[in-house]
Design a binder for this molecule. Sequence first.
Ligand code: ATP
Ligand code: MG
Length: 462
Amino acid sequence: MASNGVDEIKLVEGPAGYVLEDVPHLSDYILDLPTYPNPLQSNAAYSVVRQYFVDEDDTVQEKIVVHKDSPRGTHFRRAGPRQKVYFKPSDVRACIVTCGGLCPGLNTVIREIVCGLHFMYGVTEVIGVDCGFCGFYSKNTVALTPKTVSDIHKRGGTILGTSRGGHDTSKIVDNIQDREINQVYIIGGDGTQKGASAIYKEIRRRGLKVAVAGIPKTIDNDIPVIDKSFGFDTAVEEAQRAINAAHVEATSVENGIGMVKLMGRYSGFIAMYATLASRDVDCCLIPESPFYLEGKGGLYEFIAKRLRENGHMVIVIAEGAGQDLVAESIDQQDASGNKLLKDVGLWMSLKIKEHFAKQSVMDITLKYIDPTYMIRAIPANASDNVYSTLLAQSAVHGAMAGYTGFVSGLVNGRHTYIPFNRITERQNKVVITDRMWARMLSSTNQPSFMNPPKGTKGFTDQ
Ligand code: ATP
Ligand code: MG
């Protein structure tokens, strides 16, 4: 039967139906057996809650819909407080670090880790690491208490600061050892969680009893396995303001076009959901769905058609869309090694203007809006505040129970513990053969760009 740890569990068919079978290396994800009673047991407020404590063997299935021929699927540990904990609260010295780009909800997660540790478990020693991973060895730390974090969730950004690059595993773990930290909470995107995984492995190699817990952050919703990432709802909501502005601009002139660039380096979820939410968008372009400009069924033809029909239109383009079309190549990387993308929104705006001027088809007026930094910097909305709170609480329960090497995440509506490697091995992308993309196409009634003329760049000839 299942035992402690957050490693995945596979269901195998047995004589009595489906039984839980542990996969090897479970011990990699648990510091030691928990021995202390959970302090929450003595809190009257929780005693009235039925099933507040999570059974060790409770799991959540990754895929709800399984085809008859596919494997029965992977299960993850259900998140939540355990009856027993590994850490004695007075021994805990926790730290929190935020890395990568900004995202609504970062401050809420910081706040709730501090408050969760303090109010649920009586942990008083929590420190914040300044400015990302490099802060472990080159910057100061700041003491975090419920009082110092009480209203930070109303502010955008991260009170701890953030950075890219500067991940030096051995220097970071040296610092964790020197400061006698035994719980590390790491908030950040795919790069950050790869860094967290390296820290976790080095901690294990040194045989330290330090729990490493991640809270995945990605405004683009590009982290796999989890239902959605915190900040995503807020981003989609805030994107409406930019789309509205583009719509107003477009409808105020003859043949007006509003072009809005939204976040989404490799995954077009924000653009797709913002389009579905708005209904003012005539065309949504994302990295997963190649498109072309010239010829029959191309973007120029569609723009001309929509302008003739309606006199105005709005185009939403994700930042990673059409990168192969942008002529000038800039082969540069940021400090973390991520490829720098070309500004496809600006490029596309110029191309469209050029095309209509050259063709003398019609006079157009195009306004380009890039709200990226305005969206990233706002505080979380109500639903993301709740979601961030629950993710942070789950991470605290997991670390207190002695689990390590995991992120907390929502899977099929249930909070779970997911091993690092499961969320860093691939990216979550919009599947253009799935229903959601089809729903989006039918809401805009745009071309699918599936039948390009022979020889079109980025497409293979059929
Ligand atoms: P986002 O892309 O959403 O802004 P991110 O976490 O992916 O967030 P990055 O700048 O890619 O942002 O990475 C954040 C931190 O993680 C950086 O300090 C970087 O050095 C570190 N990091 C990135 N990739 C790795 C890796 N493969 N191994 C170790 N550390 C890494
Ligand atoms: Mg990233």
